[in-house]
Ligand binder design. Structure first.
Ligand SMILES: Cc1ncc(C[n+]2csc(CCOP(=O)(O)OP(=O)(O)O)c2C)c(N)n1
Ligand SMILES: CC(=O)[C@@H](O)[C@H](O)COP(=O)(O)O
Ligand SMILES: [Mg+2]
Length: 616
């Protein structure tokens, strides 16, 4: 229940429990409130991990937004949503920040199930202006143009194609006013690239000296700016003017990412874009974990590959460091292209690079390949162009929630004719598989890797036709064939041991490494087993299990294929290991699935192990 300001001993921030209370606050108390918000952000986000820098940069802007507009009657649409912590604090959710991005806790992005003030849960950038366009049309048809529609878009998000498509529509709708608040801190992860960033820089330098014509005004917008995004009064004043214009308006707000917090040397690289939870010294183990991330193994391998192969170039969509392209850029800066947050353009630009005789490596997160599926299919694969996609954060990622899990790439890419996809089971396999991918010049290749530290390798006990046999079944005839994808091989090998020693079921674990298209050796291997169980860190309605099942059918193999994978659902945020276990993709889950799949097998067909007294 909101308290009025005067009757509570709480801190100012604690007293601002909802936007209505905020709007009663005298302007001279706003600097203190902003200071308390920054203190709160640093304390809480350093404890849980999260997007500290983007939120420190929008404190005054968010205060002004909630003082000028009446959310949820007026719509505040945050692009990408990683900068909505202050919005959440001001809409009654301060108490939940101690479990930010944790299982059952506060989402790191707006969440419609959390609050009526939240509209867009999708963390994929460059969407806000399109939502705003639709909302404004709905308001107009409902005769509710007095309800404002405000999109808050970062300078990075503005480099995405959808943003331009929306601007193209919004600028013509003079009777359908949308207020586009451009949060310009000059950065995505790194300084934002491209001509538009240059235009914004010129506008910033111009200092609003009666700027009359620019990119935005040419599209039909009224332009207000540049505005000091850390002066709440100035921002408030401009937002009130924008609201009163009753026309499409761009409010160009200049902010500082990470404002008010002295980052460490390493943090300064990306202005505290995402900070990890700071483990208190007392809670740290003796030795800091030395295990490298998969991403760093990839980055090193690519730089070495590029040294040997001059045709190799790299393409990033505003995520050079997070996707591990740092080493390659240091050694070969001319051969690394950052195109901004523009995955569709990145893929088709890579097609152009391939047409020009090069072999581009497009490094993006698996979830973002969704956005560029058509480009992979018809700009790359149709022309059988040698482009390699390295999909980081493949499978369950964890803290970034449903729109960040990389769980659709296997199903999507399984449909692409001529595309070959490798899934290394551990980081140590990455260099070899990357080299194989880059050596292939007859069409697109993909290497997918998880958000994980590099685990201990599993040595193959045998290899046949490109399939690594990681564990041999003891039963005769062989009982169950486990076909894991990538790092789930670890769960499969552990499950095989349990099944053998505790349940008398023999399992063979086969890791094809190249999982799409299905290795021709797998159907014949399946024919020698009673049950096949595929295990993949992707939605199971398509993907590798479905392809293997289809291949068996096409070859007249009647061995049933049981497909383990992620449900066709939006999976919330939480630790990767916990979410995989919930989906039955850990060793106990595989054991359970195998026991269920073999429970109704006719006794005579069970293995000698089971017939002669193995526990089971
Ligand atoms: C389609 C898409 N590609 C990449 C990302 C990863 N990403 C998250 S935030 C970010 C930078 C956003 O920059 P900007 O919009 O300027 O916001 P800021 O962090 O500066 O506040 C990127 C590239 C994403 N969320 N969506
Ligand atoms: C908001 C966004 O899309 C990214 O910043 C995302 O949070 C990256 O997550 P990682 O920490 O896995 O790089
Ligand atoms: Mg930015």
């Amino acid at each position: 229940m909101a308290t009025t300001l005067s009757d509570s001993p709480l801190s100012l921030l604690e007293r601002v429990a909802d936007p209505g209370v905020l709007r009663t606050l005298p302007a001279d108390q706003l600097p203190l409130l902003a200071h308390e918000i920054r203190q709160f952000l640093v304390e809480r986000v350093c404890a849980t991990g999260g997007h500290l820098g983007p939120n420190l940069g929008v404190v005054e802007l968010t205060l002004a937004l909630h003082r000028v507009f009446d959310s949820p009657r007026d719509a505040l649409v945050f692009d990408t949503g990683h900068q909505a912590y202050v919005h959440k604090m001001l809409t009654g959710r301060q108490e939940y920040f101690d479990r930010l991005r944790q299982t059952g806790g506060l989402s790191g992005y707006p969440s419609r199930s959390e609050s009526v003030h939240d509209l867009v849960a999708n963390s994929h950038a460059s969407t806000a202006l399109s939502y705003a366009d639709g909302l404004a049309k709905a308001r107009q048809l409902a005769g509710e143009q007095d309800r404002a529609v405000v999109a808050i878009v970062g300078d990075g998000a503005l480099t995405g194609g959808m943003a331009f498509e929306a601007l193209n529509n919004l600028g013509t709708a003079q009777d359908r006013p949308v207020i586009a608040v451009l949060n310009d801190n000059g950065r995505s992860y790194a300084p934002t690239v491209g001509a538009l960033a240059g235009q914004l820089g010129a506008l910033r330098r111009g200092g609003g000296t009666g700027v009359c014509r620019n990119f935005f005004t040419d599209l039909g917008f009224v332009y207000f700016g540049p505005v000091d995004g850390h002066d709440t009064g100035e921002v408030e004043g401009v937002l009130r003017r924008a609201r009163a214009m009753n026309r499409p308006v761009v409010v160009h707000v200049v902010t500082v990412k990470g404002k008010g917090h002295r980052p460490s040397e390493t943090d300064a690289v990306d202005c505290l874009h995402t900070v990890n939870a700071v483990v208190p010294a007392s809670a740290r183990g003796g030795t800091r974990s030395s295990t490298r991330s998969w991403t760093s193994v990839f980055g090193q391998a690519l730089a070495e590959l590029a040294a040997a192969r001059p045709e190799v170039v790299a393409v990033s969509a505003a995520m050079l460091q997070p996707t591990g392209l740092g080493p390659m850029r240091e050694r070969f800066p001319q051969r690394v292209f950052d195109v901004g947050i523009a995955e569709q353009h990145a893929v088709t630009s890579a097609a152009g690079l391939a047409m020009g005789g090069l072999h581009p490596v497009v490094a993006i997160y698996a979830t973002f390949v969704n956005r560029a599926f058509d480009q992979v299919l018809l700009d790359v694969a149709l022309h059988r162009l040698p482009v390699t996609f390295v999909l980081d954060r493949a499978g369950i990622t964890g803290p970034d929630g449903p729109s960040h899990h990389g769980m659709w790439d296997l199903s999507l890419l399984a449909m692409v004719p001529g595309l070959r996809l490798a899934a290394p089971r551990e980081a140590a396999q990455l260099p070899a598989l990357l080299a194989e991918a880059v050596a292939w010049d007859e069409g697109p290749t993909v290497v997918r890797l998880p958000k994980a530290t590099a685990g201990a390798p599993i040595e193959a006990v045998a290899s046949m036709d490109g399939v690594d046999i990681l564990h041999r079944g003891k039963g005769r005839p062989l009982d169950v064939l486990l076909v894991p994808v990538g790092p789930l091989a670890h769960a499969a090998v552990e499950a095989a041991g349990i099944l053998e020693h505790e349940h008398g079921i023999g399992c063979t674990v086969a890791d094809p490494r190249w999982v799409l298209p299905v290795n021709p050796a797998l159907p014949s291997l399946a024919a020698r087993h009673q049950v096949v169980v595929s295990i993949e860190d992707g939605v199971r309605t398509g993907g590798v299990g479905a392809a293997l099942s289809q291949q068996c059918q096409d070859h007249g193999i009647t061995t049933p294929v049981h497909r383990l994978g992620l449900p066709r659902a939006f999976i919330p945020h939480g630790p990767r290991s916990q979410l995989l276990a919930q989906a039955g993709l850990d060793a106990p889950g595989v054991v359970q699935a195998v026991r269920t799949a073999t429970a109704n097998r006719p006794a005579h067909r069970l293995s000698s192990l089971q017939r002669h007294g193995g526990a089971g």
